[in-house]
Design a protein around this ligand. Structure first.
Ligand code: PGA
Length: 265
């Protein structure tokens, strides 16, 4: 399984020129990498960026029509986009996304032929109240509801079913919300230890095995996100055994992001 290293630029940078500079910088620094690298810029830059696998940061759960301001999976596919982030904590927090809307988006994205990076994670409050496992279980089960993977049905399946998706189309990103940076991944006060992340990744895989089965669960990549940088990347990949990283702040510097990619090789 190739490690998946994803750049989430969020609402950055401010111009096409800067976006192209960062993108070209990354592209030039990683030729021949054995990792799978995906860059998720804001929608408006997607059409002009070429030469690396592209991801979108969001997608709407309907195919087309009167949904002002929204972007469909078909539109993204038409631009050559391969991946989409769904369920990011910032979308849950600022744009009222719920397990239900996340589930609809995952279904529609898979139907449109996009690969999904499904983000889950507990807030500081949920962790402090001892609800981490409960929250992760709820997000995972509800988010994947009615979604068949590699021919295995989700137990909550009822009514319409997403066509059987390739197992490689779904990736889980564990992002403890309290570890996500507000831009500078070197300034975050607290990060999870590699032991904790390893524990959570086992927990998530066991849940996936309960939802689907062991064989299916083993094939799903579980990646880590939250202030990942070139200094801690090795730890999360090698010691915690994560199958990739979702990188926010550090992916806006080509140099820093290249170092992270190299640590995954
Ligand atoms: P960060 O963001 O690396 O800046 O913490 C990660 C994310 O939110 O995806």
């Amino acid at each position: 399984m190739k490690p998946l290293i994803v750049a989430n630029w969020k609402m950055n940078p401010s111009s096409q020129k800067e976006a192209e500079d960062i993108f070209e910088g990354i592209k030039n620094g990683i030729s021949g990498t054995s990792a799978e690298v995906v860059v998720c810029p804001p929608f408006v830059f997607l059409a002009e960026l070429k030469g690396l696998t592209l991801g979108a940061q969001n997608v709407y759960s309907e195919e087309k029509g009167a949904f002002t301001g929204e972007i469909s999976g078909a539109m993204l596919k038409d631009l050559g986009v391969e991946y989409v982030l769904i369920g990011h904590s910032e979308r849950r927090k600022y744009f009222n996304e719920t397990d239900e809307s996340v589930n609809k988006k995952i279904k529609k994205a898979l139907e449109s032929g996009l690969k999904v990076i499904f983000c889950i994670g507990e807030t500081a409050q949920e962790r402090n109240e001892g609800k981490k496992e409960e929250v992760l279980e709820r997000q995972l089960k509800q988010g994947l509801k009615n979604i068949e993977l590699a021919g295995v049905r989700h137990p909550l399946t009822s009514g319409c079913l997403t066509p059987a998706s390739n197992i490689k189309d779904v990736n889980i990103a564990y992002e403890p919300v309290w570890a996500i940076s507000s831009g500078d991944p070197y300034k975050t006060k607290e990060l999870p230890t590699t032991e904790k992340v390893k524990e959570i990744s086992f927990f998530i895989r066991n849940l996936l095995a309960k939802i689907y089965n062991q064989e299916t669960a083993e094939k799903i990549r579980i990646i880590y996100g939250g202030s990942a940088n070139s200094e801690n990347a090795q730890g999360y990949l090698k010691d915690a055994g994560m199958q990739g990283l979702l990188v926010g702040g550090a992916s806006l510097s080509a140099e820093e992001f290249i170092k992270i990619i190299k640590s995954a090789e």
